[in-house]
Design a protein around this ligand. Sequence first.
Ligand code: C5P
Length: 310
Amino acid sequence: MSGQTAPAAPHAGVSVDVPAKINPHLGVGDPRADGYHALSTVYQAISLHDTVTAEKREEPGIEITISGEGAGDLPTGEANLAHKAAKLVALYAGIEPAVKLHLNKRIPVAGGLAGGSADAAGALVACARLWDVAIGDAELHRLAAGLGSDVPFCLKGGTAIGTGRGEELTPVRAKGTWHWVVATTDTRISTPECYKEVDRLREDGIGRFSSDVDPIVRAFESGADADTLARLLVNDMEAAAVSLRPQLASLMHGGLEEGALAAHVSGSGPTILFLATDVKHAVALARRIRMRGGARSVHLAHGPVDGPAA
Ligand code: C5P
């Protein structure tokens, strides 16, 4: 051995898996002066994930291809959050972007699972690695927060309290694994649409801000069983999502009849999460929910899992 280190091999391509997020507690406050709503939420990353691959491109530019769940409906140009993410990393590094990004989607589009935010988080990490950009945690978080309220959490994964508009994170040490059946539907709900409906219902005196996350945080930290967690799930957007898409009520009710411990709207919906006792129960529950009909697709997932920049 000469003692010399071989030059680092140029990255041919970088692939990162980015999990979907759920909000076991989603407290929505009043709209702020900037139009965003104050949140008091607990995020958890689950095993349903997209894969973002970045490869060098000869010509300058950001090229996006998409496969998988809902691929045909997504923009491949500058309107895609992953495109914006790649551009931000290049700007930070002071280079001209020349990258091919491929998004392999398993996270349903506009389902309340932060699929677009996950792709943005994946593109930040994949491009930073591809271009060997030395970027610290704080700077990565700042870029992520500029892309969207859920993007910082999608980077980290695990379990975390989210405040501000969701971008201010406090990690939670969850002790355990919880099992979910994730049922997607044929409809979509845009996030702003659901927030507007929350405001409208509040004007009519329906719903209030569930700001206290302590009970569910304690449950995660102490490794509470699924029965306990079922009683602590909160979503201030649930009434709004069901008001916009009344068919969600029968899907939720059906899952409960099939033995789910709880039925919970994921974020702003319309994906429905059913909590199971353990993995065996989740497998049986998923089968029964599939047979019953009413869901577009039914997936098994567990959480928490790590994000790409954990
Ligand atoms: O932050 P993000 O771009 O993902 O938010 C999408 C939209 O959701 C915002 O433009 C806003 O209408 C709404 N939103 C909100 N309050 C939040 C987060 C999002 O009203 N805390």
